[in-house]
Design a binder for this molecule. Structure first.
Ligand code: AGP
Length: 591
């Protein structure tokens, strides 16, 4: 779940180019970082613990004309957050530097062998075996075949980038973890995702699994494990670099929240075919399963309610990491709808691979072009939400809901009604994102910031809303929040309610309204402080955040209100950088 960036070229300051590239990848992992630059026949290294944030590259690395450099920003899996465990990792002669994303599952066996051969290790990481393995092969072979043979020994899903002091080339290789190549004028780039390259070039290759690339005077694509050279297939990105910047916003999280009205409209006006295709696949399938992790799992859960109430269609839902243990009943007639912002979440990529082996059809809903899930899928629905930089998913969730809602209405042959509701939701968001509404939200955030617990309830579709709202509050403000199906309260959880315990209640104008209001009264009767979110106020609410009544699309303003509340809770609690919550990373590529 780390970020890797590499550069070979004649622009003259490879160290700075790599350093800036790492800043754009920091949302992939931000507990330590490192850069290595080739100077003559030496590799200079600069490693630090902590976020790149406002730090600077050691001038020793950036004050000379460098043409080759590699960099890494880390999310620790093996070994604590120390300078020694930060990347790059070097061999015994400090002439081979390796940046790595993934987990070398057989590193202990390899390490034991290498120690027997006299290699010295200084870190607790799995990564450090790689430069020593390359060093071993280099005793008999050239750099490219040494990296190939070393990489072929690694078990697990890995992406590596290797620099060698006496070589003018960078070698990259991958299985599973993402890598993108960029081709500029007299310069070549390698990065964990394209958003860090787009400001340099739009000509890219999304590297398939079991591939190696040699970046030197030209780009050479190699098939693994046999080492055969193959013809690269380039793609042109249609992204604007500006899209990857904060612009006038203080944080990416706030910027991406404010982009949602546009994200919805884009789906209304441009996703007719996608919705019809997906509706057709669901109609034809014998068993449809939506799966996701974290926020994407709540979109999938919401999908089961939307397909049931709108299209009278049963569509199953599963959490990605659990689906591994549920796949036995999949057949060739099964349809899998994996949902993922990054398209790299291993708990989605793996069950999809197993389902493919069972002959199931894969229709993926994903936000990142060229991602592993995008390439795995038989049918690909790109969310079109644009680059999402904040670790906390917002516009990607609303895009997922909009695609599922439009597809459910298409399946019910009421496509235009679905579009009207989404346009109304996009309109209503203008009010929710307006200053008056936001000022009111900030006040409520101020009232809640010192609370120990927050409970959130909803029924039916709003149960999924409650779970998503809970996750936003937890991962943004670090407050303890718990979401429940309203009906579950009396079966135990209501014991947690004390005088002043805040409880957020999602009360849309649908068949769940009266029951959820009764649940709110039960909480209030035990001293709970009730915050109501929905179209209709009620005397049980101490605080009320009004949305328009938009039928099934009411989930959209309700979730956006929760996103904003989570954001302002984080600020009220003095959290400096809500874009990069502690211990999290944007895409979870390890199990
Ligand atoms: C959401 O805010 C979190 N970042 C996290 O739960 C995320 O939804 C989950 O890791 C799934 O990511 P994906 O959509 O990229 O697969």
């Amino acid at each position: 779940m780390c970020g890797i960036f590499g550069y070979v070229g004649k622009q003259g300051n490879a160290a700075e180019i790599v350093f800036d590239g790492l800043k754009l990848l920091e949302y992939r992992g931000y507990d330590s970082w490192g850069v290595s630059v080739k100077q003559g026949k030496k590799l200079l290294v600069d490693k630090h613990v902590g976020k790149i944030g406002n730090s600077h590259l050691n001038s020793q690395l950036s004050t000379f004309n460098s043409q080759l450099a590699i960099g890494h920003t880390r999310w620790a899996t093996h070994g604590g957050v120390t300078v020694n465990n930060a990347h790059p990792h070097l061999d015994c002669s400090s002439t081979i530097a390796v940046m790595h994303n993934g987990i070398v599952e057989n590193f202990e066996v390899l390490k034991t062998e290498l120690i027997k051969k006299g290699h010295k290790f200084i870190s607790q990481t799995d990564t450090e075996v790689i430069p020593h393995l390359v060093e071993e092969f280099l005793k008999k072979e050239g750099l490219a075949s040494s990296v190939r043979d070393a990489f072929n020994q690694l078990k697990g899903l890995n992406a590596v980038v290797v620099a060698y002091a006496v070589s003018k080339e960078i070698i990259a290789a991958k299985t599973g973890s993402p890598l993108v190549m960029g081709v500029g004028k007299n310069e070549l780039f390698v990065a964990s995702d394209a958003s860090a390259i787009v400001n340099h070039t739009k000509k890219v290759i999304f590297l398939e699994d079991n591939r190696m690339v040699i970046l030197g005077d030209r780009l050479k694509l190699i098939r693994l494990p046999d080492g055969k050279e193959i013809k690269p297939r380039f793609q042109t990105l249609d992204w604007k670099f500006e899209d990857t910047k904060k612009g006038k916003y203080r944080h990416f999280l706030l910027k991406e929240i404010y982009e949602q009205p546009h994200v919805i409209k884009n789906i209304v006006f441009n996703y007719k075919q996608e919705a019809q295709k997906l509706a057709g696949l669901i109609k034809k399938a014998f068993g449809t399963f939506m799966l996701g992790c974290g926020t994407a799992s709540y979109a999938a859960l919401a999908g089961t309610y939307l397909f049931s109430r709108i299209a009278k269609k049963h569509v199953n839902f599963s959490i990605g990491s659990e689906f591994n243990y549920l796949e036995d009943y999949l057949t060739k007639q099964s349809l899998l709808i994996p949902i993922s912002q990054s398209g790299e979440t291993i708990d989605i990529v793996e069950p999809v691979e197993k389902a493919k082996k069972k002959g199931a059809t894969i229709a993926a809903i994903v936000n990142v072009l060229g991602s592993t899930l995008y390439r795995q899928a038989d049918y690909k629905i790109l969310l079109g939400a644009g680059v999402e930089k904040a670790v906390v998913g917002t516009k990607s969730f609303i895009a997922m809901i909009s695609v599922l809602l439009l597809t459910a209405y298409t399946l019910a042959k009421k496509e235009d009604l679905g579009k009207r509701l989404l346009l109304k939701a996009s309109q209503d968001l203008k009010k929710v994102l307006g200053n008056i509404f936001v000022e009111n939200l900030k006040k409520i955030a101020g009232e809640l910031k010192n609370k120990e617990h927050i409970y959130i309830i909803g029924r039916g579709l709003s149960y999924a809303t409650a779970l998503e709202a809970t996750l936003k509050i937890k991962e943004t403000s670090y407050m303890h929040a718990e979401g429940f199906a309203g009906g579950e309260l009396k079966h135990g959880v209501i014991a947690l309610i004390e005088r002043g315990t805040p409880c957020i209640v999602f009360a849309p104008n649908d068949e769940t309204h009266d029951d959820i209001i009764s649940n709110a009264q039960e909480v209030k009767a035990r001293g709970g402080f009730i915050i109501g979110i929905g179209p209709r106020n009620n005397k049980v609410f101490e605080r009320f955040l009004k949305t328009d009544d938009i039928g099934d699309a009411t989930i959209i303003p309700q979730v956006v209100i929760s996103q904003l509340l989570a954001y302002y809770l984080a600020l009220a609690k003095g959290i400096k950088d809500p874009d990069k919550p502690r211990n999290l990373a944007k895409s979870v590529t390890v199990k």
